[in-house]
Design a protein around this ligand. Structure first.
Ligand code: PXP
Length: 260
């Protein structure tokens, strides 16, 4: 299982003060030393966390492959083409969201996706689509000829948090919290079964399958056990732990959990 470390959250901390500390660039050598396989960053249209200079410096200086997340907007695709990351993961973006709340509406946005993907391919950049675990979205991704899909695991992570009362990780509704533990555990099993079956389906169609969002030291194991998922992109939980343990140890801890 490969680990992509999402270092956006370092920029989130920096932007709390709007100075240049901590600098996400300083994370690159530590991620490499700790055995990360990839660095993931998200250049948002509003640049509220990562800035253009961050992306440019990270991509040009990193010894690890960079997975650049961005919206399907033509101006963002232009920037991605000029930055030349190893991979671009196309994600939905809403101005008001705190974080990426769900997968791309692939079937409803085929034309824009087609244009973005062919520009990226023409520029030699591999493409991943961040999608919900959904059969139609997988089939549409296959038709769009991308190499990768990444399943949004937010629903799984939220149910896990509700089932095991880890409210800090959940954007639950009160109504869902009232569900008995047994019902939540069944929902969790259903969600895992769905992710597992759909990752096998995608793999057999020839897609490479990644997963991410809301994965942490408590909930990651069941996702690691899914045979056809070959990469996880994890940010929040690793950077949160690094505040207490240091980044190298936080990555090493996650690496040991996801070892197969
Ligand atoms: N993968 C993608 C495509 C993302 O947009 C994000 C951030 O939302 C992540 C993985 C990592 O999520 P988290 O920070 O919750 O670990």
């Amino acid at each position: 299982m490969k680990l992509g470390v999402n270092i956006d959250h370092i920029a989130v901390l920096r932007e709390a003060r709007k100075i240049n500390d901590p600098n996400p660039l300083d994370a690159l050598s530590i991620c490499k030393l700790a055995g990360a396989d990839q660095i993931t960053i998200h250049l948002r249209e509003d640049r509220r966390h990562m800035h253009d200079d961050d992306a440019k410096n990270i991509i040009s200086l990193s010894q690890l492959p960079i997975n650049l997340e961005c919206a399907i907007e033509p101006s963002m695709i232009d920037i991605a083409c000029s930055l030349q990351p190893h991979r671009v993961t196309l994600v939905p973006e809403k101005r008001q969201e705190v974080t990426t709340e769900g997968g791309l509406a692939v079937t409803g946005d085929i034309t824009r996706l087609q244009k973005a993907i062919s520009r990226l391919h023409e520029n030699g950049i591999e493409v991943s689509l961040f999608i919900d675990p959904d059969k139609k979205a997988i089939e549409a991704s296959k038709e769009l000829e991308v190499k990768w899909i990444e399943f949004h695991t937010g629903t799984y992570a939220n149910i896990y948090a509700m089932a095991y009362s880890n409210l800090a990780n959940s954007n639950h509704s009160i109504k869902e919290l009232e569900l008995p533990r047994k019902t939540l555990e069944q929902k969790l099993k259903d969600e895992l079964d769905k992710i597992s079956a759909l990752s096998e389906y995608a793999y057999k169609l020839g897609l490479k399958v990644a997963a991410g969002h809301g994965l942490n030291y408590q909930n990651v194991q069941a996702i690691v056990d899914i045979k056809y998922i070959e990469e996880l992109n994890i940010g929040q939980s690793i950077i949160a732990r690094s505040v207490f343990t240091g980044l190298e140890k936080a990555i090493l801890d996650m690496k040991s959990l996801i070892k197969r």
